[in-house]
Design a protein around this ligand. Structure first.
Ligand code: DX5
Ligand code: ZN
Length: 223
């Protein structure tokens, strides 16, 4: 599957969100990080901000919920019409029920794993998901260095998904840049979040296209 690039707006100018999203027309989706100050030691924004942003962009919204109790809060994001909703495996109580609820409300169901969380115990629920998000930094902040120790987990997840003949997309998030994206693609990731790499570039949209090219070349031909 061709690489999808989903820039994170966390490191954009948050006072001008609509303009900042307008700078990345080549993006496949816009990655929006919701943090609650409990699941992670940082606080961002919630549903009303996402709803407002959606009025100013035609790009699909890719929600990443770094929050406690996603079973309670995540479905509301699906209801406002975002394309996909990621909840954290470490925070969810009923993973299957939540994934099914998100899909029933019209969103892609995605589950995120922190760097220390293994994928193997979740092998049985991957079929309930459209995408698995593998964190390649500890969640909470943009601009952190990429953790190479997560690469074997990407490979493992791709192997498990292939063995079950799932069309699971594997997203990586954290420290993804022109220096690290090829490693992720070779390991089996096909959706790439990049925050600081995109928004610190002189031309963010050109960086989106460059990241996609690097990932597609590293992954090799797809059928
Ligand atoms: C971190 C967030 C990421 C972050 C990525 O907890 O989930 O989406 O914005 O930023 P970079 O690409 O700078 O690591
Ligand atoms: Zn994120």
């Amino acid at each position: 599957m061709p690489a999808a690039i989903t820039p994170s707006i966390l490191n954009a100018d948050l006072s001008r969100l609509a303009d900042e999203v307008g700078r990345i027309p080549s993006a496949d989706m816009v990655h929006v990080d919701v943090m609650d100050g409990h699941f992670v030691p940082n606080l961002t924004f919630g549903l009303p901000v996402v709803e407002s942003l959606m009025k100013h962009t035609a790009l699909p919204i890719d929600m990443h919920l770094m929050i406690e109790d996603p079973d309670r809060w995540a479905p509301a994001f699906a209801e406002i019409g975002v394309a996909s909703v990621s909840f954290h495996a470490e925070a969810a109580k009923a993973h299957v029920r939540l994934a099914r609820e998100l899909r029933a409300k019209g969103a892609k169901a995605c589950m995120a794993l922190n760097p220390a969380t293994d994928v193997t115990p979740y092998a049985g629920v991957l079929g309930e998901l459209d995408m698995l998000l593998i964190m390649t930094v500890e969640p909470g902040f943009g601009g952190q260095p990429f953790l190479d120790l997560c690469l074997p987990k990407i490979k493992r997840a791709r192997r498990i998904a292939s063995a079950q003949e799932l069309e699971l997309r594997i997203q990586v998030d954290g420290g993804v840049s022109a220096e690290t994206i090829e490693r992720c693609a070779v390991a089996g990731a096909d959706v790439f979040v990049a925050g600081s790499a995109v928004y610190s570039a002189a031309d963010p949209d050109q960086m989106v296209r460059e990241l996609r090219r690097l990932a597609d070349e590293a992954a090799g031909p797809t059928d």
